[in-house]
Ligand binder design. Structure first.
Ligand code: 5GP
Ligand code: MN
Length: 339
């Protein structure tokens, strides 16, 4: 982050402003942790702050402090549009292209002239923001935000509430401190957050030990559906809409399932295909180990993006057709990759 940008933002934030903070559509732990963490910082500075998510966040994040105050654009279109139009500053966190907020919200955001500040750790940022803080070396936006808060000189404002939000994003995006972007700095940041009073063990419980029985049964179904394509060191999982319905799927229930595909010996690439009949799409998550770039794979073939080892995308074909397409692409890409 450039010093002159930090100084410019310091002077913008020196006087109370109308500020809106936005995570990406289908926000995850990092997006919600970052937006609510920043919300609680800016509140202490007497700004008028709103967190506005494009759509619902999963139940397993509903315990985050003040999550009940988050406005949902999809549910309150007119009110949200007015708030966006009146905002003086807009923070966009954990995404780097406006289309990640969904078509409707993107169309509104494109017309907004407020100062915008993007903080994000995905690849290939769009240049939509007034200030862009983009760094793919970070494992989470929450860890980036932590450094940003220090650079602004606001670290005294990282109280237990802020720290709880930031820790949530760091834990969820790092797979509980095990993914490759987990560094010494990540652990130092976590240590500082613990020093600031968070109950780290309880946060892990709230995030991961709070499952419904149906969610566990859905995981069982997903694992039964796991296929191995040994030739390409690849696995994949499918979940059809009928299977989701059978186990009364709720948003967030499939979170993390994709990672099981990588837990098998010699597998370096995996995907999960989840049918969404309402949206008419197959939502896909990709994960890899090593240098197989799933961000590029998702961008090239499945209308998506993300990071080298974790990305997502979507298909407009049927579930069966999508799998056929995936296998065909796999043969081509993996052969190229291995050569
Ligand atoms: P997940 O598979 O957990 O939904 O997402 C993995 C990573 O890829 C996340 O960092 C997420 O933000 C990104 N991602 C997921 N879906 C999409 C998508 O449709 N488009 C883009 N550009 N990124 C995505
Ligand atoms: Mn993230």
């Amino acid at each position: 982050m450039q010093l002159q940008d930090i100084e410019a933002i310091q002077s913008i934030l020196a006087i109370p402003k109308k500020i809106t903070i936005i995570p990406h559509r289908n926000p995850d732990g990092d997006a919600m942790g970052a937006t609510l963490g920043l919300f609680h910082i800016l509140k202490q500075l007497h700004h008028h702050v709103v967190v506005m998510a494009p759509n619902e966040f999963p139940d397993f994040l509903a315990w985050l402090p003040d999550s009940e105050k988050v406005l949902l654009f999809e549910r309150n279109f007119d009110n949200c549009k007015t708030i966006l139009e009146n905002s003086e500053v807009i923070f966009t966190l954990d995404f780097n292209a406006l289309h990640r907020t969904g078509e409707q919200m993107e169309n509104v955001l494109k017309t907004i002239t407020a100062t915008s500040i993007m903080i994000d750790h995905h690849q290939a940022p769009d240049g939509f923001a007034t200030f862009t803080f983009s760094d793919t070396a970070y494992g989470s936006t929450c860890q980036m935000l932590y450094d940003f808060i220090y650079q602004l000189g606001f670290e005294k404002l990282i109280n237990k509430t802020v720290a709880t939000c930031l820790y949530t994003g760091i834990v969820t995006d790092s797979g509980s401190f095990r993914f490759p972007k987990t560094t010494c700095a990540t652990h130092k940041c976590a240590a500082d957050l613990i020093d600031r009073g968070i109950n780290n063990s309880e946060i892990h419980n709230l995030l991961f030990e709070n499952s419904s029985y149906n969610r566990l049964l859905l995981l069982g179904k997903a694992l039964q559906n796991l296929k191995i394509v040994a030739e390409y060191n690849t696995t994949y999982i499918t979940l059809s809409q009928d299977e989701l319905n059978e186990f009364e799927y709720k948003k967030g229930d499939t979170e993390g399932i994709v990672n099981y595909g990588l837990s098998i010996k010699n597998i370096d690439f995996t995907a999960i295909f989840i049918e969404n009949k309402e949206e008419g799409i197959i939502k896909i998550s990709f994960r890899s180990q090593g240098n197989f770039d799933v961000n590029q794979f998702a961008r090239n073939y499945f209308n998506g993006g993300g990071h080298i080892n974790a990305a997502g995308g979507k298909s407009f074909l049927s579930l069966d057709e999508t799998i056929k397409q995936f296998i065909a692409i796999l043969a081509k890409e993996k052969n190229n990759h291995e050569n």
